[in-house]
Design a protein around this ligand. Structure first.
Ligand SMILES: C[S@@+](CC[C@H](N)C(=O)[O-])C[C@H]1O[C@@H](n2cnc3c(N)ncnc32)[C@H](O)[C@@H]1O
Length: 286
């Protein structure tokens, strides 16, 4: 997967320090033209060949603790905790799915990309921690899907008590009571993860970003993001002061008072009027 085939918004500029693309603030008010999507692949990019040995789980765990300690005392973390606490009484969350955070051990060893992976993990777990305060201490099961996880990455996540699943099992788990967390993902992954139902909470690239870059006729696969834009509560994800970990990222909450999503009953099962996909397809994209 190369940035040019990734179905990410056009204005995401190539970050010199890693192989991914990230949204950077635009320097002008003008909008760049949309880039057509040419891929529906859900496969990960082919990373550069590794020159050194895999990092050990204890190395990864130690670096995680360092990043976590620092990030937990950052204004972004305080804002995130406050944001989640303020919304935790809304749609109930019973599980959390984290997609595509990258590897803790990139083949080129790049620190910027690695730090984003740690910071995204910490932010995801901070959200889970806050949500758990509303579940009477009941642990939310957490599932991670990232095709480029190394064996050490998987063992590290397992050592934290969470499950790593193969693609697309994480996407397929998403239901109406899921926290779905996926930052800077490619379009087909968002489309797949949101295909069969909208989550209680969604963290990812918001409709405002897609709307600026998509041609109308291309947007049906992301209609569900537009539905959330129109019917959910939304906030800008608190920005990491030291990097681009949450650029162009929003948080959407299903409001407690809202009706179940069209096509779903309150318990998240499909209603008899037809399946959710049909309903989403009928949302008009302008
Ligand atoms: C643009 S990168 C973003 C990485 C990280 N979230 C960040 O902001 O630095 C997209 C990520 O999606 C991952 N990815 C690709 N296919 C995926 C899939 N089927 N499921 C989950 N993640 C996937 C890639 O391996 C990559 O780490």
């Amino acid at each position: 997967m190369t940035p040019s085939s990734a179905s990410v918004p056009e204005h995401q500029a190539v970050d010199d320090e890693c192989e991914w693309t990230f949204v950077k603030p635009k320097k002008t008010c003008g909008h760049n033209p949309p880039r057509p999507s040419h891929t529906s692949s859900l496969t990960a990019s082919r990373p550069p060949p590794r020159t050194g040995p895999l990092r050990s789980v204890s190395d990864v765990a130690s670096e995680y603790r360092t990043v976590r300690t620092a990030w937990e005392s950052s204004p972004a973390c305080f804002s995130l905790r406050a944001l989640v606490a303020a919304h935790a009484a809304e749609a109930p969350v019973t599980q959390a799915v984290c997609l595509g955070i990258g590897t803790f051990d990139p083949a080129d060893g790049g620190w910027e990309a690695r730090r984003r992976t740690y910071v995204q993990l910490v932010a995801f777990l901070v959200m889970v921690d806050e949500l758990q305060k509303k579940t009477g201490g009941k642990k939310l099961p957490c599932f991670f899907q990232e095709p480029i996880f190394t064996a050490s990455d998987k063992s590290f996540i397992a050592s934290l008590g969470h499950r790593v699943v193969d693609s697309p099992a994480g996407c397929q788990r998403v239901d109406h009571s899921t926290l779905l967390f996926g930052v800077h993902l490619y379009r087909p992954i968002y489309a797949l993860a949101l295909k069969s139902g909208l989550p209680a909470v969604f963290v990812g690239t918001g409709w405002d970003v897609w709307d600026r870059v998509l041609l109308a006729e291309e947007a049906h696969d992301l209609a569900n993001i537009k539905v959330m834009e129109q019917t959910y509560e939304k906030a800008v994800f608190p920005q990491d002061a030291l990097g681009t970990a949450f650029s162009s990222t929003s948080v959407y909450w299903r409001p407690a008072t809202s009706e179940a999503f069209p096509g779903e009953n309150r318990d998240g099962t499909a209603d008899e009027q037809g399946d959710l996909t049909d309903k989403l397809a009928s949302v008009s994209i302008t």
